[in-house]
Design a protein around this ligand. Structure first.
Ligand SMILES: Nc1nc2c(ncn2[C@@H]2O[C@H](COP(=O)(O)OP(=O)(O)O)[C@@H](O)[C@H]2O)c(=O)[nH]1
Ligand SMILES: [Mg+2]
Length: 303
């Protein structure tokens, strides 16, 4: 079941904390165990510590009638988690695109991340969404490395009825991206979606390559595409990509298969960038606006 692990961690914590009045020492030990359980759910260490510290501050020394205790602990925990998301500004991508269209300029979105996280699929999902909102678009094949990448993007684009700007394999992605923007300006296209090759965050050459794309085209919005199943590794990826590219937002994919549920909290905490959408399937419509409230709600809903 979705987020089963994190959900059962929270549920057992709420029961333990609400059975009787606890001394500070007892509370301390329960909360320390809580950190371990959170780690198992892909919540990064620094984040788990922060949530637990926040929770402790909320429950310690509070005189709450025992009948109210369970609800109180649950609410405190919810608030501790929501606080992670509240520190981050919300972004409405449709409004941003509209703003740029009103100025007569194309809105340029660059998709980044490591291999196989869902960048190309997510680009297609965003194309689908923007098209439904009445925007004209083109896609740029900035993955000139992986065999089949150009064909894959063209396959999606032809299904969605979108033009693709491409060069040959081995071409400089920054040059292809520049072609895309020139085309969009000449043809009054509203949005340019730039796909990019997957790159391991520790590969300096490839990180320099994406930095070059960023410098050359100066995208309006850079999206880090992270795989929720990658757990804590997605957290280190996001940190490293942020350092290089200072991306603007995150899309977390494959949440339909995520049983742990901690990635969204961790990535938000370490990057302080908003998760704009989550991917929850392989179809073009399997893209959902991310809502912290909804996430927290689902983490505390009954089985
Ligand atoms: N279940 C599921 N699969 C996804 C999702 N997003 C992408 N995928 C799949 O992940 C695989 C890799 O996607 P792709 O877009 O090629 O990744 P890229 O290498 O980052 O461009 C494909 O099989 C996609 O269908 C998602 O939200 N849910
Ligand atoms: Mg790809």
């Amino acid at each position: 079941m979705l987020f089963e692990k994190l959900r059962s961690t929270f549920s057992s914590l709420v029961s333990t904390l609400s059975t009787r009045e606890l001394s500070e020492k007892e509370l301390e030990s329960i909360l320390n165990n809580m950190i371990l359980s959170l780690l198992e759910c892909d919540v990064a260490y620094e984040v788990a510590e922060e949530i637990v510290r926040n929770l402790k501050g909320r429950v310690l020394g509070k005189k709450v009638p025992s009948s109210e205790m369970k609800r109180f602990v649950q609410e405190s925990l919810k608030q501790s988690i929501l606080e992670v998301f509240n520190e981050v500004p919300k972004v409405n991508i449709i409004e941003r695109v509209e703003y740029k269209r009103n100025k007569g300029e194309p809105f340029v979105i660059l998709f980044l991340g490591i291999n196989g996280t869902g960048k190309t699929t997510t680009l297609a999902k965003i194309a689908n969404l923007l098209k439904k909102n009445g925007f004209s678009l083109i896609a740029v094949c900035g993955d000139t490395h992986r065999a089949g990448a150009i064909e894959q993007l063209k396959h999606h684009a032809s299904k969605l009825g979108i033009k693709v700007i491409e060069q040959k394999y081995g071409a400089d992605p920054a040059a292809v991206a520049r072609d895309g923007i020139t085309y969009a300006k000449a043809h009054k296209i509203d949005v340019v979606l730039i796909d990019s090759a997957g790159r391991i965050q520790t590969d300096r050459n490839l990180m320099e390559e994406i930095l070059k794309v960023v410098r050359v085209v100066n995208p309006d919005f850079k999206i880090f595409v992270g795989d929720s199943l990658a757990g804590n590794d997605a957290v280190s990826q996001s940190k490293e990509f942020l350092k290089y590219t200072n991306f603007d937002g995150v899309i977390l994919t494959k949440t339909d298969a995520d049983t742990k549920g901690g990635s969204a909290i961790s990535i938000t905490y370490v990057t302080k960038k908003p998760i704009i959408f989550i991917g929850n399937g392989q179809g073009y419509d399997d893209l959902e606006e991310f809502s912290p409230e909804k996430l927290v709600q689902s983490l505390f809903s009954l089985h």
